[in-house]
Design a protein around this ligand. Structure first.
Ligand code: NAP
Length: 529
């Protein structure tokens, strides 16, 4: 079973033991004591091993391998001999492959400290041979793995490199699949997160996590709490289906918390990850194509956001998949679903989220929107989906935009001459006789919280009780527009309602079950603080 290890940079015995105690209470199975800065006191290291609340790895990482020990190898190995061969032995000792390969003397000494087939001394410590590249995938990556696999002294192979793209993770998974020895294969950096979370899916010997956010010992290392709670570590197994949010950037997306929370609440065997992909069609196609090709990964779908919403349509079309008619018309899709037969489906749940938020607050069905006049403020990406959705269900939509020409362009493209979409300039909004107003501009969004697309004085003239005011902005939840509209007695819908409903529609496509909406709302509100 793959273990979850917390790495601790040792400054003092008390600090390291306190940290190890916290790691144990947060669910770590193992700790790695990084004694890089504590290498001059082997007696204290022996005490640390003896008092450790969890089985431990002892590592004294030199500066030339990304650590902080700047002494020479002879002193380092002598110190390790003195600390690990005492009464209390660590479970593992980590030595860099490069040091192991270049010195016969070091190999001999390490051979005396660890358990291996030719060992005659009563030692139980296993040797982890490790190799790290903090810049990129090393050219000789596979040769390094082969060298570790070939060493009879080595019990565990550890290979770590900086991921340049999500595709690096796939090679880490292939290394895990190809080894008969316990193996750790991890990618660093934001793009390497899948290798850390999915290490368990591919039977790695362990994955590392930090105790706190500021205690990470490698770039991109999540915390123990993130691994356990956000990324569902305990639930992950070889069959777990993988989903994610594809975009650039995606680091601050609330979607992983929402979907993983939904998987938890419904006991669905899935995990949802941030998936940063560089902003080009080539990068999207190469990455998504490679993730789909690796069948054991069980990559089953993704939320797709800026700048890849058009790329998703092109990709799915090229792969012979199906593109939802309305997504095609909008020219943007935000959801990739991989069906059971492997075929791809691209759809747009942004419009569905907005439609459902409005019809639910009106207590009507979508087709009853035909009797409604809807004012959409803005003519960008969000407006495009919403205008298409409401027009599709028969509403008369007027697009009010600062740049009127863009509103006209949108009306011409989406209207197809049926007269249901009308373009107007933003200045004429106050004359509108619409029953539903939807803000699709960023006005009012943090930090410009005192802005609003509608002057408060306009409320109360044509608009008041019965008028629906919907702000797609969800940060803050209650924008100036929402507050002014409430004061005027309007029915209000805040942006979180659209967000959770578009996520719910994705969840339903992927899992075939109803999304736990109340749970989604609770998670989003806590993410927004
Ligand atoms: P976008 O493509 O950049 O479009 C922005 C639109 O807002 C444009 O029409 C622009 O007018 C208008 N605009 C920008 N600044 C303005 C200003 N100072 N005064 C008047 N109009 C202004 O952005 P988007 O992707 O559509 O996103 C818009 C907003 O929708 C976001 O801020 C986000 O909060 C919200 N959103 C919410 C959800 C959700 O799930 N709740 C989902 C997606 C988006 P011009 O054409 O004149 O430049």
């Amino acid at each position: 079973m793959t273990k979850l290890a917390a790495a601790i940079l040792v400054h003092s015995i008390d600090q390291a033991l306190e940290a190890a105690g916290r790691a144990a209470s947060l669910g770590a199975d193992l700790v790695e004591y990084r004694i890089d800065l504590f290498a001059d006191d082997p007696g204290a290291v022996e005490d640390l091993i003896g008092c450790s609340p969890l089985p431990c790895i002892i590592t004294c990482r030199p500066t030339w391998e990304g650590g902080q020990y700047d002494g020479d190898d002879r002193d380092r190995i002598s110190m390790l001999e003195a600390s690990v061969l005492g009464e209390h032995q660590p479970t593992y000792l980590d030595i860099e492959l490069a040091a192991f390969q270049r010195s016969f003397n070091l190999r001999q000494k390490v051979g005396l400290m660890v358990d291996h087939p030719a060992q005659v001394r009563p030692v139980e410590t296993g040797l982890i041979l490790s190799s790290h590249d903090f810049e990129q995938r090393p050219m000789d990556l596979l040769q390094r793995v082969e060298a570790m696999a070939a060493s009879t002294t080595c019990r565990v192979i550890k290979i770590v490199w900086m991921a340049k793209s999500l595709r690096d993770n796939l090679e880490a998974f292939e290394i895990l699949q190809g080894q008969y020895k316990p193996t750790i294969a991890l990618c660093m950096g934001e793009a390497g997160l899948p290798s850390r979370v999915l290490a368990k899916k591919f039977g790695a010997m362990l994955s590392f996590a930090a105790i706190d956010g500021d205690e990470a010992t490698a770039p991109g290392q999540p915390t123990l709490t993130q691994m356990k709670k956000l990324y569902r570590w305990d639930a992950i197994n070889a069959q777990t289906k993988v989903y994610g949010v594809i975009g650039h950037p995606v680091a601050h997306s609330a979607s992983p918390a929402i979907h993983n929370g939904g998987f938890d609440a419904t006991d669905f065997d899935g995990v949802y990850l941030p998936m940063p992909i560089a902003p080009s069609y080539e990068a999207f196609k190469a990455t998504v194509g490679a993730w789909l090709d690796m069948t054991d990964l069980h990559f089953r779908g993704a939320s797709v956001t800026i700048p890849h919403k058009q790329n998703l349509i092109q990709f799915v079309r090229e792969q012979g998949g199906e593109v939802e008619e309305l997504a095609q018309k909008i020219g943007a899709a935000n959801t990739l679903t991989v069906r059971d037969d492997g075929s791809l489906f691209a759809s747009n749940t942004d419009y569905a989220g907005a439609l459902d938020a409005v019809v639910e607050s009106l207590g009507i069905e979508r087709h009853e929107l035909a009797d409604f006049r809807v004012a959409v403020i803005g003519a960008g990406g969000a407006a495009r989906s919403i205008v298409a959705g409401f027009a599709h269900y028969g509403a008369t939509v007027t697009v009010y935009n600062r740049t009127r020409e863009k509103a006209q362009l949108l009306a011409d493209e989406l209207g197809c001459g049926d007269g249901k979409i009308i373009a107007a300039s933003l200045e004429t909004l106050c004359e509108s006789v619409s029953q539903v107003f939807i803000n699709c501009t960023p006005l009012g969004m943090h930090p410009h919280v005192d802005q609003s697309p509608i002057e408060p004085t306009h409320f109360g003239k044509n608009w008041g009780p019965g008028t629906v005011v919907f702000d797609t902005v969800y940060n803050p939840r209650f924008t100036k527009l929402i507050k002014d509209a409430r004061e005027a007695g309007c029915v209000t819908i805040d942006g979180t309602q659209m967000f959770i409903r578009q996520a719910a529609a994705q969840f339903e496509l992927w899992t075939g079950t109803d999304a736990p909406l109340a749970e989604f709302e609770k998670i989003l509100l806590s993410e927004l603080g």
